[in-house]
Design a protein around this ligand. Structure first.
Ligand code: G3P
Ligand code: CA
Length: 243
């Protein structure tokens, strides 16, 4: 099985991250999947945005948790990136799933609950994926170990990944104890032994955020199960040349 290419926040080098234009490009660039981030609005609507605060990627102010879905929908999530994308809206998870449902893409939905532990985020996202019948091709990931456990308590068979940027000799053991099926690691943690050990223990290894050609090559060479990249076109070019 070859390494799968996940576009990180969509094709985020070329369009505003976590928006529909960035997702459309992924499809054109022939990535295998999309990684995106979900937070919860004041009125409990799952919405795709990386930061807890809207300042960096919109023209608004305030925390996602303090704004209603209607308020968040009025924000411009594209102009910060380029005028070309002015008035692009933040997509809800539902809008994203409507778009992804009939496309042959794997999904990685990262629950952004390591800084703000949104109540019931796991169940809200799970129920939506179930309704859309997308659980089979979706991995849910989080930096929050308690959230990994909560997801596994909801349904043992869903694909859950524990995300980490921290060195830990017992990472695979710890992730398995939580119930995770995969580890999603920062590139600097990658080594062949880790990948081999994970595979022996039937766990997948995916790596973020891999944008340079030599790093992409290394991930393929050591047998990673997936990479998260802002430049899925470059990763696809490498894959085409190699295989
Ligand atoms: O899911 C991989 C990666 O996206 C985790 O880090 O900060 O880009 O969400 P971050
Ligand atoms: Ca992410």
């Amino acid at each position: 099985m070859t390494t799968k290419i996940f576009a990180h926040r969509g094709a985020s080098k070329y369009a505003p991250e976590n928006t529909l234009p960035a997702f459309e490009l992924v499809y054109q660039m022939k990535a295998d999947g999309i990684e995106t981030d979900v937070q919860l609005t004041k009125d409990n609507v799952p919405i795709l945005i990386h930061d807890e605060h809207v300042k960096r990627t919109t023209n608004g102010r305030g925390y996602v948790k303090d704004l209603t879905f209607a308020q968040l929908k009025t924000l411009d999530a594209g102009s910060w990136f380029s005028k070309k994308y002015s008035n692009t809206q933040l997509p809800s998870l539902k809008e994203f799933l409507d778009w992804a449902k009939h496309k042959p893409l794997y999904l990685n939905i990262e629950l952004k609950n390591n800084k703000i532990d949104y109540k019931d985020l796991e169940m809200i996202v799970y129920e939506m994926l179930k309704e859309y019948q997308l659980l089979e091709r979706t991995t849910l990931s989080t930096f929050n170990p308690e959230s990994v456990k909560r997801m596994k308590d909801i349904n043992r068979s869903i694909g859950v990944a524990f995300l980490t940027s921290k060195k830990n000799k017992h990472l695979i053991y710890d992730a398995k104890e939580l119930g995770a099926n995969a580890i999603h690691i920062k590139y600097r943690l990658l080594n062949q032994l880790l990948v081999d050990e994970a595979h022996q223990k039937k766990m997948k290894v995916r790596v973020y955020t891999v944008n340079k050609y030599p790093s992409i090559k290394r991930c393929f060479d050591v047998g990673c199960d997936g990479i998260f990249t802002d430049v899925p076109d470059i990763a696809f070019k490498y894959k085409q040349e190699k295989f």
